[in-house]
Design a protein around this ligand. Structure first.
Ligand code: ADP
Ligand code: MG
Length: 359
C-alpha cells in the first residue's frame, strides 16, 4: 500500500488555449495509505482521467505523481504495482473461476499454499466459493464482474486498487449487496481503494472520503456527512442528496434582515453575513411546513406530494422558486396553500456567495 500524492493538470490536447482544454485543472490531492476514497461526479468531469493517471495508463501532461514520496510520474502500471478493475469484466473465459482469481498471484510467483488461502478468502468474501471450479465462460455477467473484482483484490501487496464504475453491469439488488461488501472488504484487507462512480449512493456507502468533481475540478473532499451537511459549493449541495439542496436567491441587508422575494424571512439568529445578494441553501430534509402563517414564513403552493416510503416528498412553488421538502411519512398531507417555516434558519442552513460557502 502507498500514500499517493498528485500535483498535476491534464489536457488531452497538444495545444492548451483555455481552461476548457483541460480534462483536469491544476490540482493537489493526497490519498492516504489504507483509505477508502470515491471520485464522484457527472459524466465527463474527469474521473477516469484521474484514475488512469494514478495507475499510469495515462501520463499527466503537467506535473507529478508520487507514491510514498517517490516520483513515479513516468512509471508503468506494473512498476506502480496497481490493480485496476474496469466497468466491464476482464477475465479469462477458458480458465476456472479459481484460476482467474489465482492468476495475479501466480504471475508474481506467490507460493501455492498462500495462493490457495488468499483465493479461498477472496472467493468467500465475494460469494464465489461454490463456483471456484467452474469455467468462467459459462457464468452470467455479474458473476464475471465479481471475478474481476476478486482479481483486483487478491494481491495483498499492491499500492492501491482502483475501480472505475465497477458495478455498472451488476443488477440493482446485487449492486446494493456488493457495495456493502466492498466496504467490509476494505475494513478486512486494509487496502488503499479508489472508487470512481457517478452514483452518489455508491460513493457515500463505499467511501470514507468522497471527492466531488465537476468539470475537471475537485470541488470538495470530505466525509459523506460533510458533503451532506456543509456542502462547500452550491454544485455539491445540488449534486448530493435526493433531491439536492434547495438554493434560494436571498438578500442580506445592513439592518441584519434577510429577504426572499420582497419578504423579510429572518432578522435574528443569523450568522455574520455580507450585505447584498446571497444564496441560501436548505436541504429538503430541513424544510418544515405548516398550514398557518407565522412571522417570516414563506407562503408556498403545494404542487405535488409523492409517497416515497421513508418520507413524503413535497414539491412546492414560492413565487418563481421551486422547492422540495421531505416530511414524515405519516404526517397529514399538506394543504395546497402552505407555509414554509422560518425555523429553517438553524444549523442546517448554508449561505453561499458566488457559489462558495461563506456561513
Ligand atoms: P469521466 O470518467 O468523469 O466521465 P473522463 O475522464 O473520461 O470523464 O473525461 C474527461 C474529459 O476528457 C471529457 O471531456 C472527455 O471527453 C475527455 N477525454 C477523455 N478521454 C479522452 C481521450 N482519450 N482523448 C481526448 N479527450 C478525452
Ligand atoms: Mg469514466
Amino acid at each position: 500500500m502507498a500514500r499517493i500524492d498528485l500535483d498535476l493538470a491534464h489536457s488531452y490536447h497538444k495545444v492548451v488555449k483555455s481552461d476548457a482544454d483541460y480534462a483536469l485543472l491544476p490540482l493537489k490531492i493526497t490519498f492516504d495509505d489504507g483509505g477508502a476514497y470515491a471520485l464522484l461526479g457527472p459524466s465527463g468531469c474527469g474521473k477516469t482521467t484521474m484514475l488512469n493517471i494514478i495507475s499510469g495508463l495515462v501520463a499527466a501532461s503537467h506535473g507529478s505523481v508520487q507514491f510514498d514520496g517517490v516520483d513515479c510520474t513516468h512509471a508503468t502500471p506494473q512498476q506502480r504495482n496497481i490493480a485496476q478493475v474496469f466497468q466491464f469484466p476482464v477475465i479469462y473465459d477458458t480458465m476456472t473461476v479459481g484460476e482467474n482469481l489465482a492468476f495475479p498471484l501466480r504471475n508474481r510467483r506467490v507460493p501455492a499454499d498462500q495462493i490457495r488461502d488468499r483465493v479461498g478468502r477472496i472467493a468467500e468474501m465475494l460469494d464465489l466459493s461454490a463456483v471456484l471450479d467452474q469455467r468462467a465462460a459459462n457464468l452470467a455477467a455479474d458473476a464475471k464482474q465479481k471475478i474481476s473484482l476478486g482479481r483486483g483484490l487478491v494481491r495483498p501487496d499492491v499500492s492501491a486498487v482502483l475501480f472505475d464504475e465497477p458495478l455498472t453491469v451488476i443488477d440493482p439488488h446485487l449492486k446494493w449487496e456488493l457495495r456493502r461488501k466492498l466496504k467490509q472488504i476494505h475494513h478486512e484487507l486494509g487496502l488503499t481503494l479508489i472508487y470512481v462512480t457517478h452514483d452518489q449512493v455508491e460513493a457515500m456507502t463505499f467511501a470514507d472520503q468522497v471527492l466531488v468533481m465537476a468539470r475537471g475540478r475537485v470541488v470538495q473532499q470530505g466525509t459523506p456527512a460533510d458533503l451532506f451537511e456543509r456542502p462547500r459549493h452550491t454544485f455539491v449541495g445540488h449534486f448530493i442528496g435526493s433531491p439536492g439542496m434547495n438554493l434560494l436567491p436571498v438578500r442580506f441587508q445592513a439592518d441584519q434582515s434577510l429577504w426572499f422575494q420582497e419578504q423579510c424571512i429572518a432578522s435574528q439568529g443569523l450568522p455574520a453575513l455580507p450585505d447584498g445578494a446571497l444564496t441560501l441553501g436548505i436541504r429538503p430534509e430541513y424544510l418544515w411546513l405548516s398550514p398557518e402563517p407565522v412571522a417570516g414564513s414563506i407562503p408556498a403552493t403545494v404542487r405535488r406530494v409523492q409517497q416515497i416510503g421513508t418520507s413524503q416528498l413535497v414539491s412546492l412553488q414560492a413565487g418563481s422558486q421551486e422547492l422540495k421538502a421531505h416530511i414524515a411519512p405519516d404526517a397529514p398531507t399538506p394543504q395546497e396553500n402552505s407555509q414554509l417555516h422560518p425555523v429553517l434558519l438553524g444549523i442546517h442552513t448554508c449561505f453561499y456567495q458566488n457559489e462558495e460557502l461563506i456561513a
